[in-house]
Design a protein around this ligand. Structure first.
Ligand code: ZN
Length: 413
């Protein structure tokens, strides 16, 4: 199949399967200007699927960088009124939110990290309806990759730009299971495979998970009573099945905000706001990050923990086998969307309301009472090494193998 034909299928997959677009629904598409030709294919697919409106928010890495370098601090403390209005009103009217990611991994190098922190706080406050719409299952949302020259050169150094672009597109298409004749069918099968393990994990209701690896990881995280594992896809409160991430390989839940204990070491570098954090570790006591270290990017790591009180606690525990297709490509994508699906990970910050029973109907106070972490941020970091062991601990203390040697074990194989 030609690359062009595969891209057309991919655009259709994102609109019809990822976003499950319904006739009359609005689409808010965020896309890198460098990926404009593909973004236009997505726009065409949206109209063909009966979209009621399509709005494109173009992202230009250079323009963003210039703002981060030169704008006054006040520009990061408040979202322009028109931008908040656009996002909030489309979300409130039930629009779908589709984001194409193709950031230059080095695009924000050297920017003062406190500016990201300020912007993250402002955007979650001023675009509350937009974020609540996604977090509380009111809006369909989907994040997917789109190749851009700067990203391709970073992932495939030492070859020409057109070659690197083609390689990156091929990797995006294969990991999104969109390189065959019927991507929609491939996703139906992928989704069914998730459901079996999600069911098993939900039935087990582990009280805690214990992680050990030769790199020094020795860590136990408590799970909530009536926690819910999810993965593969998600459902809105009105019953629309969609895929928040394409690709996706993870099964995840939200842990108890005050029951993480011990030390975790990173398995992959973390690309955060254009900077790289390498070979790092975080030590937790009673759920809170109390100490950390890094061979590179320590200040950036500390800036994540400083976003707010919740940024020091965990919001996500995700299980990804080392044998996953993304891990098997052996490519470091410098993009969380891909790299988080290559390895078991944790996330600092906001927990997922849908990961406790009845959580989507709870307000912030109720979520807090159910030990779901609240924060303006959510940052994944990879801890899944090839030798990782994860043991599920039942409430009576009995132990059940979940992962051995980096992959599903026992009843979860
Ligand atoms: Zn995750």
């Amino acid at each position: 199949m030609s690359l062009e034909a595969q891209l057309q299928n991919y655009a259709r997959l994102l609109i019809r399967t990822g976003c499950a677009l319904k006739p009359g629904q609005e689409v808010l598409l965020t896309a890198p200007v460098e990926a404009a030709p593909f973004a236009r294919m997505v726009v065409q697919e949206a109209w063909e699927a009966g979209a009621g409106g399509v709005t494109v928010e173009w992202v230009d890495d250079t323009v963003s960088r210039l703002k981060y370098l030169h704008a006054p601090q006040s520009a990061f403390e408040k979202v322009p009124e028109w931008l908040a209005l656009q996002r909030n009103s489309i979300a409130q009217k039930g629009g779908v939110i589709l984001s194409l990611e193709g950031d230059d991994p080095d695009g924000m190098a050297g920017v003062d990290p406190s500016r990201f922190t300020a912007w993250s706080r402002a955007v979650h406050r001023d675009c509350k309806a937009f974020y609540d719409g996604m977090d509380l299952g009111r809006n369909v949302w989907c994040i997917a990759g789109a190749a851009t020259p700067a990203w391709a050169r970073k992932v495939f150094p030492g070859i020409s730009e057109p070659e690197a672009m083609e390689k990156l597109w091929r990797a995006i298409l294969s990991t999104a299971r969109s390189d065959g004749p019927d991507p929609a069918k491939a996703w139906t099968e992928h989704s069914a495979a998730f459901q079996r393990r999600v069911k098993l994990l939900n039935a087990r209701q582990f009280d805690a998970l214990r992680y050990t690896a030769a790199n020094g990881t020795d860590f136990t995280v408590g799970l909530n009573k009536n926690h819910v594992w999810a993965g593969g896809g998600a459902e809105t409160v009105d019953g629309t099945w969609f895929f928040p991430n394409m690709p996706t390989e993870e099964i995840f839940t939200t842990p108890h905000r005050d029951r993480a204990q011990g030390i975790v070491h990173s398995a992959l570098p973390l690309n955060y706001n254009g900077g790289l954090i390498q070979d790092f570790w975080i030590r937790f006591e009673d759920g809170k990050a109390v100490d950390c270290g890094a061979a590179q990017g320590l200040e950036l790591l500390k800036s994540i923990l400083a976003v707010d009180e919740g940024a020091k606690h965990l919001g996500e525990v995700a299980l990804v086998p080392h044998a996953s297709p993304i891990a098997q490509t052996g490519i470091l994508f410098y993009s969380t969307l891909y790299d988080e699906n290559a390895a078991c990970h944790l996330a600092l910050g906001k927990g997922f309301p849908e990961c406790v029973e009845g959580g989507l109907e709870m307000d912030e106070e109720a979520l807090k009472a159910h030990n779901v972490n609240l924060s303006a941020t959510h940052v994944d970091f990879m801890i899944g090494t090839a030798d990782l062991s994860i043991t599920g601990i039942l409430s009576d203390g009995a132990e059940v193998p979940v992962f051995r040697e980096g992959n599903w074990a026992g009843e979860f194989i």
